[in-house]
Design a protein around this ligand. Structure first.
Ligand SMILES: NC(=O)c1ccc[n+]([C@@H]2O[C@H](COP(=O)([O-])OP(=O)(O)OC[C@H]3O[C@@H](n4cnc5c(N)ncnc54)[C@H](OP(=O)(O)O)[C@@H]3O)[C@@H](O)[C@H]2O)c1
Length: 155
């Protein structure tokens, strides 16, 4: 199976994505979009993002990246290197990269597609998505919601 990587992120106009281990806003419509985009796919996330979720997300294969050899969590598969994805039986070949900043930075050069929920305004934050536009050649606005726009970037 040839793996592809698709990023899914909510960021504001400053590329802010996180604050004190959580997300700087709560937007129900974006949660619904996230669910729709990710359902039925493997999710690749950093250990910190997994711990901020606090549980595996249902209907998806939860894969957590950590350097900690002893790390275990119920209902998730733990890897120490992205290359280990090759030895996991994936529920689908399109792996959704769901953060956080460290894991986005690591996979950005390999993402064939990036779904951005572009949240209006600026927010207090301590975690930012890396500069990314140079990695993609096309940008299309899929839908505008009250508090954010769904934008797709493709290679
Ligand atoms: N707005 C959004 O869409 C969105 C999405 C996701 C997350 N977030 C936010 O982003 C923040 C978390 O982001 P973050 O960058 O601090 O953390 P993160 O990327 O979620 O996790 C970082 C951890 O992943 C592991 N890791 C990273 N690179 C690795 C590598 N090359 N090999 C092996 N393991 C590796 C390490 O775990 P160990 O320390 O265990 O070794 C590292 O500490 C939170 O505030 C979260 O709420 C926002």
């Amino acid at each position: 199976m040839s793996i592809t990587f698709t990023g899914v992120v909510a960021m504001d106009f400053d590329r802010a994505i996180g604050l004190r281990g959580g997300i700087p806003w709560h937007i129900s419509e974006d949660m619904r979009l996230f669910k729709k985009l990710t359902m039925g796919h493997p999710l690749l996330m950093g250990r910190k993002t997994y711990e901020s979720l606090g549980r595996p997300l249902p209907g998806r294969q939860n894969i957590v990246l950590t350097r900690d050899e002893a790390y275990r969590a119920e209902g998730v598969e733990v890897i120490r290197d992205v290359a280990e994805l090759e030895r996991i039986k994936l529920m689908d070949s399109e792996v959704m990269v769901i953060g956080g900043a460290q894991v986005y930075s690591l996979l950005l050069p390999r993402m064939s597609c990036l779904h951005v929920s572009l949240v209006s305004g600026l927010h207090e934050a301590d975690t930012y998505f890396p500069p990314f536009e140079e990695f993609f050649s096309s940008r299309s606005v899929v839908e505008k919601y009250e508090q954010f726009s769904h934008v797709i970037y493709r290679k």
